[in-house]
Design a protein around this ligand. Structure first.
Ligand code: FEO
Length: 168
């Protein structure tokens, strides 16, 4: 059983993960419209990652006999000045998510909810990976600057990303 505060906080994170998938779908659409299909593919995979995160919260709340309460999703941003601006905005978003996960861990500790704390540790590690993945794309884009050949070379790399569901 979870207390009210923990239930509310986990439902809030479920919404945040669904919003992440929505935001990355919006970024995917932006890349598709620019014919940067490799970047679009990369974001499409990221959408699946976020849906997996959301479902992890969904399943955990049920396992702990809590109620899942779905909330409205905010309208995601849809316009950026450049591929670099898209990735920069994604990094800022991931940093925000990492802070939210840290907040949830603190909440679990304060509420002496050891099960929730253990569950959330997976996300602590996952956020390190998420920030590193986006950071690597950002660094490569910075390296090529405004060079189109460099951008297309990165696009070809981004096309190779395949969604592999993490072990449950
Ligand atoms: Fe679910 Fe990208 O954090």
């Amino acid at each position: 059983m979870m207390n009210k505060k923990m239930k509310k906080a986990l439902n809030n994170q479920l919404n945040a993960e669904l919003y992440s998938s929505y935001l990355y779908l919006s970024m995917c659409a932006w890349f598709e419209a620019k014919s940067l299909t490799g970047f679009a593919n990369w974001m499409r995979v990221q959408v699946q990652e976020e849906l997996f995160h959301a479902m992890k919260f969904f399943n955990y709340i049920h396992d702990r006999k809590g109620e899942v309460v779905l909330d409205a999703l905010a309208k995601p941003e849809s316009s950026w000045d450049s591929p670099l601006a898209v990735i920069e905005s994604a990094i800022k978003h991931e940093q925000k998510v990492s802070a939210m996960i840290n907040g949830l861990v603190s909440c679990a500790i304060e509420e002496h909810d050891h099960a929730a704390n253990q569950f959330l540790q997976w996300f602590v590690g996952e956020q390190v990976e998420e920030e590193a993945n986006f950071g690597a794309v950002y660094d490569r884009l910075k390296l090529v600057g405004g060079d189109s050949a460099g951008l297309f070379a990165i696009d070809l790399e981004m096309a190779k990303r395949v969604y592999v569901p993490p072990a449950p």
